[in-house]
Design a protein around this ligand. Structure first.
Ligand code: ATP
Ligand code: MG
Length: 331
């Protein structure tokens, strides 16, 4: 691992899936790599899904995404944290790549199909999403991308784009690999079904009110096979246990599993413990978020510095790309 790049879309409140799937690794890799850990709030991605985009909320959500990352422990004086639209080279490289990427490679992307199926009118930008994502990563010549497993297919395409470019225009880009959190590659939504996603509304927000979180956990489905209270429960089938594993010490989870199987305890008790254990992780994040909220200049200042650092790398790569691509360079 030499250089890491990853990003969040400002499409809504960041949730525990984002935290466990991506942010935990952002922080760990950032500690190791410093300025070679590059994290971006990818605001130009947000409008590709009209269901999750609102021009009146975009700027605030972008700010909040940066704030939550900082509150969770990402130190912007160590890593590079910035906003995509502050570095216009992302869009420029995406255009270059779009001319080199078969249309059919994009229409077969699962995320495109899923999101497009829910829309009346599908923006061309939604199809282009993985090309912009490839540009985001390759602009920094990153070799490692901490993500949830929903992004693995997009990363395959990124590698194909890099490979194709290198063959045609000379060795330029590494072929980046995904970096998953083995404990939480795909956090399910609170209904236990689809992946937890900002745009689906099945989330537990990192900064969500405690009462609101409890209301969601309280009504989370149990093992669907457990109909009567006297039926034994299967912790493997319960999304409550899945969540508990993310937050509680393994010994506690083990004891509760046994009890649940023997139906020595009801789901409500497990849910109460889940709430308690989860809040141990979330509480310090909220406290730091509140402090940062009182000092927005700290967040904005960090983003400004981050963009300046990112731009230096991005400009150098883009100059190389323009040259190799055969454009007439100005005197
Ligand atoms: P949207 O619904 O707008 O696509 P999202 O919740 O999927 O939002 P993204 O901003 O697309 O969030 O993804 C940010 C990062 O979080 C990515 O690395 C993604 O793989 C990861 N991630 C998102 N949801 C989950 C999840 N449920 N489990 C694990 N990782 C996730
Ligand atoms: Mg997503």
């Amino acid at each position: 691992v030499k250089r890491v790049f990853s990003g969040f879309q400002p499409t809504g409140d960041l949730h525990i899936g984002n935290y466990l799937g991506a942010m935990v690794n952002y922080i760990a890799l950032g500690e190791k790599l410093g300025q070679d850990a590059i994290y971006c709030i990818v605001d130009y991605h947000a409008p590709t899904n009209p269901a999750a985009y609102d021009k009146d909320l975009l700027a605030q959500r972008t700010f909040d995404a940066a704030l939550v990352n900082m509150a969770a422990g990402l130190d912007p004086s160590k890593v590079i944290l910035f906003v995509q639209s502050h570095v216009p080279e992302h869009i420029e490289l995406a255009w270059v790549f779009s001319t080199q990427t078969p249309y059919g490679d994009l229409t077969r992307m699962t995320q495109f199909k899923d999101k497009a199926a829910k829309l009346q009118s599908v923006p061309a930008g939604l199809l282009m999403y993985p090309v912009l994502m490839a540009a985001d990563i390759l602009l920094y010549k990153a070799d490692t991308v901490p993500v949830g497993d929903d992004q693995i297919q997009h990363l395959e395409l990124t590698r194909e784009i890099a490979r194709r470019w290198n063959l045609e225009y000379g060795e330029t880009f590494p072929e980046p690999q995904g970096y998953l959190n083995p404990h939480a590659p795909r956090v399910p939504g609170i209904d236990g079904k689809a992946k937890m996603s900002k745009s689906v509304g099945n989330t537990i927000g990192l900064l969500e009110d405690e009462e609101s979180i409890w209301a969601k956990i309280r009504t989370m489905p149990d093992d669907p096979a457990r109909i009567r209270l006297s039926d034994p429960g299967d912790p493997e089938r319960s999304v409550v246990f899945k969540f508990l594993q993310y937050f509680a010490p393994p010994e506690l989870v083990q004891v509760l599993r046994e009890e649940y199987r023997r139906r020595g305890i009801g789901t409500l008790v497990v849910k109460q413990l889940l709430m308690q254990e989860m809040m141990k992780t979330l509480r310090p994040i909220r406290e730091r978020a509140e402090e940062l909220r009182a000092h927005p200049e700290q967040v904005l200042g960090a983003l400004e510095e981050g963009a300046a650092k990112a731009r230096r790398i991005a400009q150098a790569t883009m100059e190389e790309v323009r040259e190799k691509f055969g454009l007439l360079r100005p005197k």
